[in-house]
Design a protein around this ligand. Structure first.
Ligand SMILES: [Zn+2]
Ligand SMILES: [Zn+2]
Length: 156
């Protein structure tokens, strides 16, 4: 593991800035506005369930495409900011012909994954489509009891 500041995996040649969201910490490139998520913890889900409006201003910029200046380099290989391994590409699509959500992940050592500028919003769309239950706070104990009670009373 590299000590010190992580560098942007996309040749921006700038260190990533740590952004705190509640009790989660992510690393964002100030130049291309991509975001690095370490694989430990569930930072992505925490950020998505916090919702766009509750994010720090800096991170809001990564939600929708536009602000970041990312120069796409054909055939460029991007490297894990933690271990330096080549990142692998993963593609997701919500529906046929829909927007593509691309994740660059460290497959070799499982260090984490990278989302380009705008992909936080795409991640939100995708997760709320395939697994909306991940985005809601776990229900309080009382409400489970209440649900059981209403289930039982409905059967009478
Ligand atoms: Zn960058
Ligand atoms: Zn790695």
């Amino acid at each position: 593991m590299k000590k010190g500041k992580l560098m942007c995996p996309k040749y921006c040649r700038v260190p990533l800035a740590q952004i705190k969201v509640k009790d989660a910490v992510v690393d964002q490139c100030p130049k291309c506005e991509g975001v690095w998520f370490d694989s430990k913890g569930d930072e992505l889900i925490r950020i998505l369930s916090a919702g766009h409006d509750n994010l720090p201003d800096q991170l809001k910029k990564s939600w929708r495409e536009g602000g970041g200046r990312l120069k796409l380099q054909d055939l460029a290989r991007y490297h894990c900011p933690r271990c330096g391994s080549e990142l692998s590409n993963y593609w997701y699509m919500k529906e046929e012909g829909g927007k593509v959500f691309q994740v660059d992940g460290c497959e070799k050592n499982g260090c984490g994954f990278w989302l380009d500028d705008g992909e936080l919003g795409l991640a939100y769309e995708l997760v709320s489509f395939v697994a909306p239950e991940l985005l809601v706070e776990p229900p309080a104990r009382e409400s489970i009891v209440q649900r059981i009670l209403s289930f039982l009373s409905a059967r009478k």
